[in-house]
Design a protein around this ligand. Structure first.
Ligand SMILES: Cc1cc2nc3c(=O)[nH]c(=O)nc-3n(C[C@H](O)[C@H](O)[C@H](O)COP(=O)(O)OP(=O)(O)OC[C@H]3O[C@@H](n4cnc5c(N)ncnc54)[C@H](O)[C@@H]3O)c2cc1C
Length: 270
C-alpha cells in the first residue's frame, strides 16, 4: 500500500489504552487514522447512516479489531451454513410444535410471552422510534470475485454497497455459475425489515427507557436482537435466549425493578 510507512508509524504511536469515548475515537485508537479512513470511515457511514462519532464504542469491542492478513473475521471452531439453508432448519425444528401465526394480541392466560419483535413496537412507540438499520440485496450472476477463499468481501470504498457475498463459496458448492449478492444498508420501512440496532447514545438511552417499561409487565419478556436492541450474532442470540429461560419461571413474581436488573445482568454478559 502506498500509505504503508504512515500506517506503520500510526500503529507505533497508538495509545496503550483504547479511547472509548465514541466509535470513531475508539477505531482510530486501534487502527490509526490512515487505516481507519481507508477501511472503516465510509463503511460505517454507509452501514449505519450515522456519523461515526455519533456511535458508541461498546458494540464494536470484540467485533471489529486489527488482525493479521491471514486471519478471518469469525474465529469460532464451528462455522458453516445448514445444507438446505436456515428456513429448512427452523421448519424442521418447529415441525411438531403447534404454532398460530399472525396473532394481533397476546392471550389473557398466565403464560409468559417471549417477544422477538422490535422493542419500540412492543410499547406502541410511546417514547419515540428506536433506529434499526436494514439491508437491500442486489444479485448479479457470474460477477467478478477476487478471492475464492472468502465468502464475503467488504467494500469500504464503494459509494453504494457495503459488501458482497458469493454463495458458491459460502455453501462450498462447485458450480459453473455463481450468484454474487451486493448488500446495501438502508433505513427500515414497511418493506425493509429491521435487522440491526443502531448504537447511538440517543438510541441507547431510549432502549433503557423501553426495557424498563416492558419490565413493568408480568407477561412479556423481550428477547433477541430486536427485542433487546442488542447487536447479537447468532451464537450469542441463542446463548442469551437459553439464559433468559431461567427467568421465565420467576418473571411473574418479580418486581419491575428486579425484572429489569435480572435482564440487564444477563445482557451485560454478551
Ligand atoms: C444480513 C445479516 C447477516 C448476518 N450474518 C451473520 C453471520 O454470518 N453469523 C452470525 O452469527 N450472525 C449473523 N447475523 C445475525 C443473526 O441473523 C442474528 O444474530 C439472529 O438472527 C438473531 O436472532 P433473533 O432470534 O434475536 O432475531 P431474528 O432472527 O431477527 O428473529 C426475530 C423474529 O421475530 C419476528 N417478529 C418480528 N416482529 C414480530 C411481531 N410483531 N410479531 C411476531 N413476530 C415478530 C421476525 O419475523 C423474526 O422471525 C446476520 C444478520 C443479518 C441481518
Amino acid at each position: 500500500m502506498p500509505e504503508k510507512n504512515q500506517i506503520l508509524k500510526e500503529l507505533e504511536e497508538r495509545p496503550t489504552e483504547p479511547n472509548y469515548s465514541h466509535f470513531e475515537n475508539y477505531m482510530i485508537s486501534i487502527f490509526g487514522k490512515t487505516l481507519y479512513m481507508l477501511f472503516i470511515h465510509n463503511y460505517t457511514k454507509k452501514m449505519w447512516g450515522s456519523e461515526p462519532n455519533e456511535l458508541t464504542s461498546n458494540w464494536a469491542i470484540n467485533r471489529i479489531g486489527l488482525k493479521s492478513s491471514n486471519s478471518k473475521v469469525f474465529e469460532g471452531e464451528w462455522q458453516g451454513l445448514p445444507i438446505e439453508g436456515y428456513t429448512k432448519l427452523f421448519e424442521n425444528m418447529v415441525k411438531d410444535i403447534p404454532i398460530e401465526y399472525n396473532c394481533k394480541s397476546f392471550n389473557n392466560n398466565d403464560d409468559v410471552v417471549l417477544f422477538s419483535g422490535r422493542l419500540d413496537e412492543l410499547c406502541k412507540y410511546k417514547f419515540g422510534v428506536l433506529g434499526y438499520r436494514s439491508l437491500e440485496f442486489k444479485n448479479k450472476l457470474n460477477d467478478e470475485w477476487e478471492n475464492g477463499d472468502f465468502g464475503t468481501i467488504n467494500l469500504p470504498q464503494n459509494p453504494i454497497y457495503i459488501r458482497k457475498a458469493n454463495f458458491n463459496v459460502l455453501y462450498q458448492q462447485d458450480k459453473q455459475d455463481s450468484l454474487i449478492q451486493y448488500q446495501k444498508a438502508v433505513p427500515t420501512d414497511d418493506f425493509n425489515k429491521p435487522m440491526y440496532p443502531i448504537n447511538t447514545k440517543e438510541n441507547f438511552k431510549l432502549k433503557i427507557r423501553y426495557l424498563k417499561e416492558v419490565c413493568k409487565s408480568k407477561k412479556i419478556i423481550p428477547v433477541g436482537r430486536l427485542g433487546l436492541y442488542k447487536y447479537l450474532n447468532m451464537d450469542k442470540a441463542i446463548s442469551l435466549s437459553i439464559d433468559i429461560l431461567s427467568l421465565i419461571e420467576k418473571w411473574r413474581n418479580l418486581r419491575p425493578k428486579e425484572r429489569y436488573s435480572s435482564l440487564s445482568l444477563l445482557l451485560n454478559k454478551f
